[in-house]
Each structure stands twice: as structure tokens, then as C-alpha cells.
Design a protein around this ligand. Structure first.
Ligand SMILES: Cc1cc2nc3c(=O)[nH]c(=O)nc-3n(C[C@H](O)[C@H](O)[C@H](O)COP(=O)(O)OP(=O)(O)OC[C@H]3O[C@@H](n4cnc5c(N)ncnc54)[C@H](O)[C@@H]3O)c2cc1C
Length: 367
């Protein structure tokens, strides 16, 4: 079966793709949003996603431009998306950054209207129970709207809003895309879609399905660790440069949120040393099937225990995940041919800013 008549087909029903589809629908473009929904288990063939999780840090504080501006623009639209979809995904619990180089970060955040202040180690401990033991760290606290978002819920909300604007959701994986004056998209089910424009928002899979479009993308294979906490002060989200652990390069956490099994779990993740890299989609499949790295999870649990010395911590489980990086450190947003625009490479930071990144991709594809 071949379906035609689409101005734009967005491939990838993740954070950026679903945002792009919402913006395309709002602008009146006939749009298809193509991608599989999350499977019940991670032992299939993929494609895999970066957003299959319950929590992401959201913040205006950014270590470089244009991340701050993208975050500000996206955060300013969270309430509108929540209201239109009826799905709540944002919890402004605040953020602590333990940073090596804080001056530029503070200045950028303040210029964008973020509510940031510097704390002493004692003030941080009194407020949150977090013990910062690295003397070179500057402690930044960012108040609301910084905090957390639920990435699964945001993707669902974007898809609901997109459908309200007439976007057609197609629950299928794309096998290949044939470029041309219009693009032909072959789906795993055997169906074919034709569209004037394609937005490739395929996260860690990059441009795998377009022959000849070989764009550099570093795929880091990571592990997240999940723990239950005993009673204590409410925690903000956290980002830490050079954490006090030899096996970790940087780390973050999202304070306890409810997971699909009903448990309230704090999630901690980051870059481990050495960084595990995938050469192909097959490596990602293997990583998901093996369940990530036990050693990385142990390091993450140990860091959590160092940062929260007075809190009861029960190690619960760990999970695999994958994050994709471009050489420039920002997502690859570019028209590559008459009919193909790429929008991937979230560099571990695109969740909070996905609405603005999707809007920019939609604008490029329809310019
Ligand atoms: C553990 C973890 C923690 C993170 N923490 C943060 C954080 O705290 N704050 C933050 O801002 N960012 C964070 N990130 C980064 C953020 O989640 C990603 O940058 C974001 O999900 C990227 O969005 P995306 O749409 O590019 O990719 P995804 O959300 O991965 O979406 C890509 C979609 O494309 C689909 N797809 C791929 N190939 C095909 C195909 N052939 N056919 C059809 N569909 C296809 C996939 O199924 C998927 O749904 C984190 C990432 C991870 C993994």
C-alpha cells in the first residue's frame, strides 16, 4: 500500500520528532509522524530511543549557547502543551549544579531570566542533605521552572497535540528512505509513504536508513542506576562536573519519581570512564539486551551514597540507555537535499529543549 499527499513526513516519534510534528500540524502542513511506540520489553530488534524513561533534568542554566536559549523557549511552552494535551509532564523542583566553571554559566542563565543563586556547601547540605565534597566546585541553585520533566509523558503530550492539528500517526519503523524531488519511505510493514519533505528525527539511529547519507554521530552506551530513598528533605535535580569518583566523568540525577512498577526511584546517570561507544545499531541492540553495565551502575550507586551521606539508600536496579553526540556539541539541524532535513544528535541534553529543536527542524523543512 502506498500513501501519498503528505507535505512532510517526520521519521522518529521521539522527543524532537513529536515536537516537530506538533509545530508542522499547527502551521497547517499535511504531516505524517512515523515511528514505533515503545515496546513492552527491550529484547526486540529496535529501533531504540533515548526517551524511554521517567525523568529528565530541565534547566535554563547551560554550559554553552544556544542550549540556554533553546531551553528557555521550550520551557516557556510547557504549560501550553500540558493544557492542550491534558498531560502533566513538568515538575519545577529546582536544580543544583556542582560546576567547575560557574561564572559563564551563571551569567548566561541570568541573561535568560533564570532564577539562579550561589550557595555555600553548608547551605546546600542544610537545604537538601547533599554533601558537596569537591572544593573546586561552585554550587549553583536554579529555582523554578528548573526541575524535571517526564520524557515519555512529554512525547505522548506532543503526539496528542499533533493529532489535534490533523497529523497522522503511523506506528511503524522505517526500513529505508529514497531521496528525490519527493521522498519515498519504505516501512517495515511493507507499506510505502510518499512525502514532499522528510524530517529525520531518529535520535541515536541518525541517518542509518538513508543510503549515502553518512553523518558523523557518536553513540554513547550508558547505564542508569535506580534507588529508593528513606525519608529526608525534598531533593532538586542535580548535575555534577568531575564527580568524586574515579570511574565517572560527569553525572546527574533526577529525584524520586514514580516508575511504571509504582516505585518512587531516584535515577542517577552520567558518563563513565572509559566511555562505551556503539559502532552501529547492532551494538545498541546488544547493549539494550545485555541490560547496560553492572560496573557503571556500582560507580553510580557509590556516587549517590557519597552525595547523600545521611540518607538511607536502597539500590534497586540498573538499566541501559544510549545518548548520541554530534561533533559540534549541538544537534545536527540541516537540510541535506531537496527533500531531507536532519534533526538528531541530542548530545545528552535535548530532552528539555526538544520543543524548540523540533520547531527549528520544522521551519527548516518547510522553508
Ligand atoms: C539516560 C538519559 C538521560 C538523559 N538525561 C537528560 C536530561 O536530564 N536532560 C535533557 O535535556 N536530556 C537528557 N537526555 C537526552 C535526551 O533524552 C535526548 O537528547 C533526547 O531524547 C533526544 O531526542 P530525539 O528525539 O533526538 O531522540 P529519541 O527521543 O531517542 O527519539 C528518536 C525516535 O526515533 C525513532 N526511530 C529511530 N529509528 C527509526 C526508524 N528507522 N523508523 C522509525 N522510527 C525510528 C526511535 O524509535 C525514537 O522514538 C538524556 C538521555 C538519556 C539516554
Amino acid at each position: 500500500m502506498t500513501e501519498t499527499g503528505f507535505d512532510v513526513a517526520v521519521i522518529g516519534r521521539g522527543m524532537v520528532g513529536s515536537a516537530a510534528a506538533r509545530h508542522l500540524g499547527l502551521a497547517g502542513h499535511s504531516t505524517a509522524l512515523i515511528g514505533p511506540v515503545e515496546p513492552d520489553t527491550h529484547d526486540g530488534e529496535g529501533p531504540w530511543a533515548s526517551h524511554w524513561d521517567q525523568g529528565r533534568v530541565t534547566r535554563i542554566t547551560a554550559f554553552s549557547e544556544p542550549w540556554g536559549a533553546w531551553a528557555r523557549a521550550s520551557i516557556d511552552r510547557y504549560a501550553e502543551i500540558e493544557a492542550a494535551s491534558g498531560i502533566t509532564f513538568h515538575d519545577p523542583v529546582g536544580l543544583v549544579v556542582l560546576a567547575d566553571d560557574a561564572a559563564a554559566t551563571m551569567a548566561t542563565a541570568q541573561a535568560l531570566g533564570a532564577d539562579v543563586e550561589q550557595l555555600t556547601a553548608d547551605e546546600l547540605f542544610e537545604r537538601t542533605g547533599i554533601r558537596s565534597s569537591v572544593s573546586s566546585h561552585t554550587i549553583i541553585f536554579e529555582g523554578a521552572p528548573a526541575g524535571l520533566i517526564n520524557p515519555r509523558a512529554l512525547v505522548q503530550a506532543q503526539a496528542i497535540c499533533a493529532e489535534q492539528s490533523g497529523v497522522r500517526l503511523i506506528d511503524d519503523a522505517v526500513e529505508s528512505v529514497v531521496d528525490g524531488p519527493a521522498a519515498t519511505i519504505h516501512l517495515r510493514s511493507g507499506a510505502t509513504i510518499r512525502a514532499e519533505q522528510v524530517v529525520l528525527a531518529t535520535g541515536p539511529h541518525g541517518a542509518d536508513m538513508v543510503p549515502g547519507l553518512d553523518l558523523p554521530l557518536e553513540r554513547r552506551l550508558r547505564t542508569i542506576a535506580l534507588a529508593e530513598l528513606g525519608p529526608g528533605p525534598d531533593l532538586p535535580t542535580l548535575i555534577i562536573d568531575n564527580p568524586p569518583h574515579p570511574a565517572l566523568d560527569e553525572a546527574y540525577w533526577v529525584p524520586p519519581v514514580e516508575f511504571p512498577d509504582g516505585r518512587m526511584l531516584l535515577k542517577i546517570g552520567g558518563d563513565s570512564l572509559p566511555v562505551h561507544l556503539a559502532d552501529s545499531g547492532d551494538d545498541i541492540t546488544r547493549w539494550f539486551r545485555q541490560g547496560g553495565s553492572e560496573e557503571e551502575a556500582t560507580a553510580l550507586f557509590e556516587l549517590m551514597e557519597t552525595l547523600l551521606p545521611e540518607r538511607q539508600i536502597t539500590r534497586v536496579r540498573h538499566k541501559p540507555c544510549t545518548v548520541s553526540y554530534t561533533p559540534s556539541g549541538v544537534p545536527h539541524l540541516e537540510r541535506m537535499s531537496d527533500s531531507i532535513t536532519v534533526a538528531f544528535g541530542g548530545c545528552g541534553a535535548a530532552a528539555k529543549s526538544s520543543d524548540e529543536i523540533g520547531r527549528i527542524a520544522a521551519t527548516i523543512a518547510t522553508a
